[in-house]
Design a binder for this molecule. Structure first.
Ligand SMILES: [Zn+2]
Length: 145
């Protein structure tokens, strides 16, 4: 791959040269990482405090996969997910029982992970929750249409 990029660069490929010029240097990447670590420290502390409270008195939580079309899991440690899976926390559903979530999600309950939520309906066709669904369902007093 790298040899192909070098060959295209040497051949004067305009798109390749533009991409190479836009690549940050190692020094720039190290500086960005340092800035990110400084900015994220308060968030990591706050997350640690919240996770300690959860461990002290657990409650049902719902995590939406954001790195692909959304399935809902009860934690970010579901065995069906990968280390690279990104999650959003659907706080409006926090505290709901599984039965309440199934009822309130309506048709979108098909997106509940059957490993995390054993009583969730299993759809013949995979259902995913999109960000627009989250915004729509989270905006009203009831989650369901
Ligand atoms: Zn799961």
């Amino acid at each position: 791959m790298a040899a192909a990029v070098v060959a295209m660069h040497e051949a004067g490929d305009e798109a390749t040269n533009y991409q190479l010029a836009a690549c940050p240097t190692a020094t720039q990447l190290v500086a960005r990482r340092a800035a990110f670590e400084i900015m994220s420290a308060p968030l990591l502390t706050a997350r640690g405090n919240l996770n300690r409270e959860y461990l002290r008195r657990p409650w049902p939580r719902y995590f939406l996969v954001t790195s692909s079309a959304g399935h809902l899991h009860s934690s970010t440690h579901c065995s069906t997910c990968r280390p690279t899976t990104a999650f959003g926390w659907w706080v409006e559903l926090s505290g709901r029982t599984e039965a309440q979530a199934i009822s309130e999600l309506g048709k979108l309950a098909d997106a509940l992970c059957s490993r995390c939520f054993p009583t969730a309906p299993v759809a013949p066709k995979r259902t995913n929750v999109r960000q627009s669904d989250v915004e729509r369902l989270s905006s009203g007093p009831a989650l369901r249409d």
